[in-house]
Design a protein around this ligand. Sequence first.
Ligand SMILES: [Zn+2]
Length: 304
Amino acid sequence: MLGKVIGEESDYAESWEIADHADGMSIVADGPMAGLTLTQIVARYPEALLGRQSGICQFPLLIKFLDANDWLSLQVHPNDALAKNYNARENGKTEAWVILHAEPGSQICAGLKNGVTSEQLKSAVLAGHPEDLLNMVSVKPGDCVFVPAGTVHALGPGIVLAEVQQQSNLTFRLHDWGRLDTNGKPRPLHLQESLDCTDFHRGPVQPVQPKVQTSGSGSWEDLVRCPYFMIRRHRVESRVMLDDRNEFRILMTLSGKGTLQTSTGQQVMEKGTTILVPACSKAVQVIPETSVTLLEIFGPGHDA
Ligand SMILES: [Zn+2]
């Protein structure tokens, strides 16, 4: 669906598109810096890559495509403060999903039902049936769900999505639906950590309801603005110049085909491509061949 080259295993579920993490690292694909890691670029060219956000030593966002072929584990992620208790090198994980494909009837779990307590969740998990406490949501292509750290969540089967999250790989698993891994063993659960990291005030979560804005070249809508990232979705019908900002942007093409043109070069944009555009790029233009849907993702500092 996304044109990714995959290996011979049977159960690939994630593509890490942009990563600066001990568990996965992006490497520059082409140009004079081809072969450098994202960590090296952040260290050597902070101004050029990060602009006004320079001064950090790790790229702030982890960008993925996820392909859920079965229920993924019921899980929760810590916030920044709690994450450091478990691993001093880790960050909290606030994330957001943009659904690309959902088979009819596809569901996610997004948050707990109102009023669920830690004791109730614990006993339901120990009894092996937390389902009645979970907020289940039917999703369709185009939906965006914002999942701040502390929100209990799970993805159901038949869903492919783009994920924007903090640079973190810290997940606590509450429940795994009784499933076994490829070696026939249950995966470890982290009940106490999960309860400690869950925000019991968060309640049920619904897809965001963005306001579409039209422009001469198509339309756009802001899906999420939070302290960690901002996600804007564009539908580009004709050539558009993206606004000039002194910060990086990530462009994920979700449908259609076109060209990204900047003052220093060109890149093909087609479904499944993710491009990190450094802060130093000027005159960033999207030139569509067919109508292009893309996510424009910015780093920290865009709170609503
Ligand atoms: Zn998650």
